[in-house]
Design a protein around this ligand. Sequence first.
Ligand SMILES: Nc1ncnc2c1ncn2[C@@H]1O[C@H](COP(=O)(O)OP(=O)(O)OP(=O)(O)O)[C@@H](O)[C@H]1O
Length: 300
Amino acid sequence: MTLHINHVTKRFGSFTAVDDLSLTINDKQIFGFLGANGAGKTTTFRMILGLIDQSEGQIDWNNQTIDYSITDKIGYLPEERGLYPKMKVKEQMIYLGRLRGMNKQAIIKELDYWLDRFKIPDYKEKKVEELSKGNQQKIQFISAVINQPKLLILDEPFSGLDPVNVELLKEAVIELKEKGTTIVFSSHQMSTVEELCESLCIMVKGKPVVQGSLKDIKRQFGKKNLLIHAEMDLEFLKEMSGVVKYAQTAEGCRLQINNEETSQQILTEIVQREGFIKRFDLLEPSLNDIFIEKVGESYE
Ligand SMILES: Nc1ncnc2c1ncn2[C@@H]1O[C@H](COP(=O)(O)OP(=O)(O)OP(=O)(O)O)[C@@H](O)[C@H]1O
């Protein structure tokens, strides 16, 4: 059940929100959709779901266009959350589940399971407006997965959640993937994307500027990070060739370097200066580094 996005463009009048986007999202994986504000993520989700039409190109899932005939296999957490504040959680879920062709018994079974998982079993009979923002978000998430979707689209699912709830939601997403759901989600939290996604795409002004597996993206980026804690003044590293960025942090001196050879040169230099090294870690670039460089370029 692969999701194919093939040369898709979306124009609103003369403005191009998504510009010739092509992506293949494989079965049973978690795919991260990243980009600055206004990059075109939500617009792409709406096109995938058939909520708006693309101006050009084609989108299909399992070789068919997504339309009302397969809503029972799709889950969607929209960016603009939309629960009925006056309705009780249980009534709301029955209503939304019925719209997806589920029977009442199956809805309640799923609801009980998820309320337990999210540690809010007592909220079934509460009105949505009585819940905190984070708990409302959990209910909204449950409404997206109540029908055990095969394809789940989550628009910024972690925004506004505290760290404990972020963990609960992450575990839920991993569990759904393990049970066979393909998950596409957008987020501005790079560390979460890094933890969850096998593959991702970074959008800039409607165009994908980076895409592929996280491993390949990091390898292709080339630059590495170096964390050094040494009993000596390391300021001289700022001027060394191959050092792209230099910062003093609580952990030590954090550098971005061009390649691994630079780390050898730095090590030799410190030893020659008779510095006492407590820590010398060569690290993969973080997704945050990659995002800042790729998206930052577009602001220049
Ligand atoms: N219905 C619309 N009419 C006109 N312009 C629109 C419409 N929907 C979106 N846009 C524009 O398209 C661009 C992409 O918007 P979109 O919501 O897809 O971005 P996004 O990547 O989801 O951003 P964010 O991270 O802020 O949620 C924006 O410039 C937005 O103003």
